[in-house]
Design a binder for this molecule. Structure first.
Ligand SMILES: [Zn+2]
Length: 134
């Protein structure tokens, strides 16, 4: 369900900073960040192996000599078929949210501005363009 009052990154970072009482230690936050990342992968895995709403059929990628976007889109495969059912979609959003929470908490402890992280990555993607895919 889409929220109508999505916070800005600044608001979210501030909220995380206020909520983070239990896991104040850098080590706790680092390990929770890693654990929540593993839970994201686990939720994707369960969508394949328990639910079956998505399927994975992976094989070797065949890269083209022509480094243009259209050729790459045609040649490179996601190895994914189907789409997430409502249940798996919700489960995955929950895990991604927890992962984002701990990433934000890590930013807070190390005084990194989340908005700058997104802005710098956005600029990097714009500059690198297609070559970012490799
Ligand atoms: Zn499913």
């Amino acid at each position: 369900m889409e929220s109508t009052n999505t916070p800005t990154l600044e608001q979210f970072q501030q909220q995380v900073s206020e909520l983070l009482l239990r896991h104040r230690s850098l080590l706790d936050v680092m390990s929770k960040f890693g654990q929540s990342g593993a839970s994201v992968n686990r939720a994707v895995t369960k969508a394949v192996t328990d639910c079956g709403c998505i399927e994975l059929n992976a094989r070797k990628q065949h890269y083209s000599d022509k480094p243009d976007l259209e050729t790459a889109k045609e040649t490179l495969q996601s190895h994914l078929s189907g789409s997430l059912c409502e249940h798996c979609n919700e489960a995955l959003k929950t895990e991604l949210g927890r992962n984002l929470f701990y990433m934000t908490a890590l930013c807070n402890l190390l005084q990194i501005n989340l908005n700058e992280v997104v802005a710098e990555e956005h600029n990097k993607c714009s500059t690198l363009g297609l070559f970012n895919l490799t």
